[in-house]
Design a protein around this ligand. Structure first.
Ligand code: PAF
Length: 277
């Protein structure tokens, strides 16, 4: 497995990778969610590249950039075991040299849901992902459904800017009690970890009500609120019941509908979603 730190070196290694090439972009601290993307990338492609880069541009000033969990040694040994061909691990200076001044921005859908709470976030994501696509030149790139809005925004950027690759989104990997795997789960203490189950429980409640015939988005919304409010450690940031493409809020639940939410458990902000289809 090649471990490459610079863009110049990556371009040399890229010439030796057999096509098609699959890319799994990550911020490291890998878990089974990342592994499921890597395993699918291995099945679909002849070579697999994983990038590990904690991208400062997608963190707000009051967010967790400095304490974002990192364990490069463990990540690299996991990637070696999975049979990944190359890992791209650039420094911040390599990705954003002094005087770096370009941004890639997708309008509208980035202002809703996560974008309403984290106004700069998606601009950071699309900028770094556009750079990674240009550097790595993948045939396919893999993203998890847990960050569904991120995947939708990246698909829009790829379509709008005629980028020549396929985006693949794979289902969320969950703990046995339903909690979506996330590197940020490592922030939770024991009480918070238990409380964090309420995200998935509320999504399952919405799904159940919909399966029983409820079509009023407000009712689904308020039933979710009622359930989450029973958990003293949970504070709702948003609950959204929206169109899966435009991310506009729905009044009536038509298929497919994206039910998503962000909830703070103690100091840790977690997100999750389910698609009713
Ligand atoms: O989902 C993530 O880990 C990050 O947002 C990504 C896609 C690697 C961009 O930094």
């Amino acid at each position: 497995m090649e471990i490459i730190k610079t863009i110049v070196d990556f371009r040399k290694v890229r010439l030796s990778l057999t096509e098609p090439v699959g890319l799994v972009p990550t911020m490291g601290y890998l878990h089974e969610g990342h592994m499921s993307l890597i395993r699918q990338a291995k099945m679909d492609n002849s070579s697999v590249v994983v990038s590990i880069f904690v991208n400062p541009m997608q963190f707000g000033a009051d967010e967790d950039l400095d304490r974002y969990p990192r364990n490069m040694e463990r990540d690299l040994s996991q990637l070696q075991k999975e049979g990944v061909d190359a890992v791209f691990v650039p420094s911040t200076a390599e990705m954003y040299p002094i005087h770096f001044s370009s941004r890639v921005e997708v309008d509208n859908i980035t202002q809703r849901l996560e974008g309403a709470s984290r106004p700069e976030h998606f601009r950071g994501v699309t900028t770094v992902i556009a750079k990674l696509f240009n550097i790595i030149q993948p045939t396919r790139a893999y993203f998890g459904q847990k960050d569904i809005q991120q995947a939708i925004v990246i698909c829009k950027m790829v379509a709008d800017l005629n980028m020549n690759l396929i985006i693949i989104t794979l289902p969320t990997v969950r703990e046995p009690d339903g909690l979506a795997l996330s590197s940020r789960n490592s922030y939770l203490n024991r009480r918070e970890r238990k409380a964090a189950r309420v995200l998935y429980q509320s999504l399952m409640l919405a799904k159940k009500l919909w399966q029983e015939g409820e079509r009023d988005a407000k009712t689904l919304h308020w039933e979710m609120v009622r359930l989450i409010r029973k958990e003293p450690l949970a504070a709702i940031d948003y609950i959204s019941i929206a169109d899966t493409k435009t991310l506009m809020e729905r009044e009536e639940v038509k298929l497919p509908t994206l039910v998503s939410l962000a909830v703070k458990i103690g100091k840790t902000r977690l997100i999750d979603n389910v698609i009713l289809e």
